[in-house]
Design a protein around this ligand. Structure first.
Ligand SMILES: Cc1cc2nc3c(=O)[nH]c(=O)nc-3n(C[C@H](O)[C@H](O)[C@H](O)COP(=O)(O)OP(=O)(O)OC[C@H]3O[C@@H](n4cnc5c(N)ncnc54)[C@H](O)[C@@H]3O)c2cc1C
Length: 474
């Protein structure tokens, strides 16, 4: 294939230039695409071959710059855990992260506490805690549910995760976005990445989707799901921002008059949580519901809305409550609790959680309550009545980390295969880390034994997960 735009291609078609060290990709971009709210994504290729004002064909040849046993897409807590675990197993691992730091919601998103059970999550998470502790950057351990939120310093977490990845030999690519995938009959062969060097390909034997949004599964054309069944609406997003305490003499209202909406009463605030953030500061979390993290324009609107809301909330505290607080900074990205999820061999349900489900192929465990807030309300309102939020410890089966439509795709973290309410518990960082470690172990085993994850002896995966410090009892 050559580099010039091909005419006559009528469907999305990834062409593999075998043996030449280059891959070519053909992408159709339609302006009439609908926001993905349901299951299968739109077929982006339909309009290609008939260039019009609705679609263009973009095609280029690019180098295969990276080759790995295991490719991990997304460097949140799940992705870091997966990459660290796979590397510990002896696999050659590449981790792709679109931001400047790994950690996802837990660093760039400004979240500063590990919810759920923070002991017995596996050796990767144990090392995260131990390294944070060396900085004096994590609160002492308390078992769940007494300690349901273990506070840490998210700036320190960013350096801890980075150093752990490097010490285990993971090839880390920052400022690098996963763009597309090449799959043949359910088998992924390459990812298309775009960093500052431009589009490049990554070839791997096993892939783990830790993007939080099922970006890899979606690009491969595998089935995905999102939100509540009736309309696809997601759990609300929240924005984290940070204030510093100043002396009464330095205190002032920072927000110019009539620039943003005015909030005069506490009950008119959106759901607002004020967290400790070291001496002399607080982290503040505000709820921003009713946006779609999987739609470019909706996510943009959410970020704009969140920063405006931040100004209104800041103004309320400074002007109405006379708090001696000044704005320090806002997280560079809004926090997304729920995005697209992969449909796996097994979809974990809220009924499984309520029953404290146990599985022969269990590889992770959750304990956190059903922290599912109403998708269409900015107050502290739950989907379920408060007396129905608690769940007993439950197990997560290996099958819910296996993309149903893929042969060599695992998934971990908040885009794993679960319904919305099951996710509202399992999305906490401790459980995401546990899933990540399990997916990393399984991907490395598959790559090193030249088989697919589905062909592994699940009991063997489970044994390895347990031997690496994960407590699975439910
Ligand atoms: C506001 C808020 C508060 C929360 N509070 C808590 C709490 O107190 N305690 C707790 O334990 N949990 C909390 N959670 C939940 C928890 O933070 C997340 O569910 C968890 O961190 C998810 O981890 P993850 O690795 O699955 O996903 P993410 O953290 O979303 O990580 C995904 C990573 O993939 C990267 N990525 C995405 N797409 C691409 C791409 N195309 N190419 C390259 N990289 C990509 C992202 O940049 C990101 O680094 C909170 C969540 C939110 C939003």
């Amino acid at each position: 294939m050559d580099d010039s735009p091909a005419s006559g291609i009528t469907k999305r078609d990834f062409l593999h230039a075998a043996g030449c060290g280059l891959v070519g990709t053909a992408l159709a971009v339609g302006t009439g695409c609908s926001a993905a709210t349901g299951h299968h994504d739109e077929d982006r290729g339909d309009a290609v071959g008939n260039p019009s004002d609705k679609a263009v064909l973009w095609q280029r040849r690019m180098p295969i710059r990276y080759k790995a046993d295991v490719a991990v897409i997304g460097g949140g807590i799940a992705g870091v855990s997966a990459a660290c675990a796979a590397a510990r197993s002896g696999a050659k691992v590449v981790l792709i992260e679109r931001f400047a730091v790994t950690g996802g919601n837990m660093t760039a998103g400004g979240v500063g506490s590990f919810c759920g059970e923070s002991a017995g999550q596996g050796e990767v998470f144990d090392e995260i805690i131990a390294r944070l502790d060396q900085f004096g950057a994590v609160a002492p351990y308390k078992p769940y549910p007494d300690g349901d939120a273990r506070i840490f310093n998210h700036e320190i977490l960013a350096i801890v995760l980075q150093e752990m990845l490097l010490s285990r030999g993971v090839k880390l690519l920052l400022h690098t976005r996963f763009v597309d995938a090449i799959a043949d009959n359910g088998r992924l062969t390459h990812c298309i990445l775009c960093g500052k060097s431009g589009p490049e390909a990554l070839c791997a034997r096993q892939f783990i989707d830790c993007s939080g949004e099922a970006d890899l599964a979606r690009a491969a054309g595998f089935e995905i799901m999102k939100g509540r069944p009736e309309d696809g609406m997601q759990l609300p997003m929240s924005m984290m921002f940070f204030i510093r305490h100043v002396s009464a003499g330095d205190a002032r209202a920072e927000v110019p008059e009539s620039r943003f909406g005015k909030i005069e009463k506490r009950e008119d605030l959106p759901m607002t949580s004020v967290w400790p953030n070291g001496p002399g500061g607080n982290a503040i979390k505000i709820k921003i519901p009713m946006f779609d993290s999987g739609d470019t324009e909706s996510l943009t609107a959410a970020e704009i809305r969140a920063r405006r809301r931040m100004m209104e909330v800041l103004d309320y505290y400074q002007r109405v409550e006379k708090k001696p607080w000044l704005l320090n900074h806002c997280s560079p990205m809004i926090g997304v609790r729920e995005g697209r999820r992969v449909v796996g061999d097994y979809v974990l349900t809220v009924d499984d959680l309520r029953a404290g489900a146990r599985f022969d192929d269990a590889v992770a465990r959750g304990v956190f309550y059903l922290d599912g807030h109403k998708p269409d309300d900015d107050k502290r309102t739950y989907i379920l009545p408060k007396d129905q939020l608690a769940v007993p410890p439950y197990q997560i089966p290996f099958r819910s980390l296996l993309a149903r439509d893929g042969r060599n795709l695992l998934v971990a973290g908040r885009c794993f295969s679960a319904d919305q309410l099951a996710l509202s518990s399992a999305r906490v960082s401790t459980t995401c880390a546990m899933m990540g470690q399990a997916a990393g172990i399984a991907a490395a085993k598959s790559a090193l034994n030249d088989c697919d994850p589905r062909d592994l002896d699940y009991a063997d995966v489970r044994r390895e997960v347990v031997s690496r410090g994960a407590r699975l009892e439910a």
